[in-house]
Design a protein around this ligand. Structure first.
Ligand code: APR
Length: 263
């Protein structure tokens, strides 16, 4: 009976060497990097948000216009879960990479602030943030209270009204059918095109244009490694695939790459 190879036995020295020599590392993350902080992912079969809620009823401008209280209540429930959550050891390992590598860019699809709370300094939010709501009509940013008055389980909660124009305040996230922030996407593509190594962590790599990012890095000669509990079928054949949970694999990757190098 072959023994189960240790998780990181798969990481050959070629990848570790590329990480050690990197001048610019990009870490591209999805919901899976926050899963062990207790924040639901979207597409995990049993626990994903889209398996329990209908994305078209909650994550589109039309859904908000049809029932602002339903959508606002759901996002306030998600914001409360984020405020109750803590960064996990995967977030901290990503932040510590800045001690070993001259330039680290985190490109996240997540709308939580766990990368920032773990200490990452350069975080690009492709899909916005739960912590930056704005007026649906005039786009004036709205200052939220620190603790959301969320209803249990995301029941209906009327959104606050914009102090400038009286319009309904909406979550500061990018909904299906909406364009990504005009400045962030080019910055993310530029970082992917200029990095030496890209770690794609905890994303199903299904949603465009974000899913292009690992391919852009690979096309420009970067080493690309996917860290996921499931194999990524769509990855490029040259990419590494590290199967396991981010909170275990990322600290181990950091240790194996830099254990003999003191920051
Ligand atoms: N460690 C590593 N990977 C994990 C873990 C974990 N602990 N838990 C789950 N995963 C993986 C799953 O196998 C899956 O591939 O994380 C991925 C999560 O995928 P999704 O739920 O699709 O989340 P994400 O890829 O971030 O979705 C992208 O879709 O709904 C939109 O705007 C939303 O930003 C989101 C986008």
């Amino acid at each position: 009976m072959p023994t189960q190879t240790p998780l990181l036995a798969q990481v050959d020295n070629a990848l570790l060497e590329r990480i050690r020599k990197a001048r610019h590392l990009v870490v591209f993350t999805g919901a899976g990097v926050s899963a062990e902080s207790g924040i639901p992912t979207f597409r995990d079969a049993q626990t994903g948000l889209w398996s329990r809620f209908d994305a078209t009823e909650l994550a589109t401008p039309e859904a908000f216009q049809a029932d602002p209280a339903l959508v606002w209540g759901w996002y306030e429930w998600r914001r409360m879960k984020v405020l109750q959550a803590e960064p996990n050891s995967g977030h901290y390992a990503i932040a510590r990479m800045e001690q070993h590598i001259p330039q680290v860019t985190v490109i996240t699809q997540n709308v939580d602030d766990l990368h920032e709370r773990a200490g990452s300094q350069n975080v690009l939010h492709l899909h916005g943030s739960l912590h930056q709501p704005r007026c649906f009509d005039c786009a004036t940013p709205y200052q939220l209270d620190s603790v959301p008055t969320e209803p249990e389980g995301g029941r209906r909660l009327p959104p606050p009204l914009c102090p400038v124009c009286g319009g309904a305040v909406r979550p500061g996230v990018v909904w299906f059918g909406e364009a990504l922030p005009t400045t962030v996407l080019p910055q993310a593509f530029e970082a992917a095109a200029s990095c030496d190594v890209l770690l794609s962590v905890g994303t199903s790599s299904l949603v465009q244009p974000a899913a292009q990012i690992p391919f852009i890095a690979q096309q420009h000669g970067a080493a690309v490694a996917h860290i996921n509990t499931q194999p990524i079928i769509s990855k490029h054949s040259d990419d590494w695939m590290l199967l396991g949970v981010a909170s275990v694999l990322l600290p181990k990757l950091e240790t194996q790459a830099f254990s003999n190098i003191r920051p």
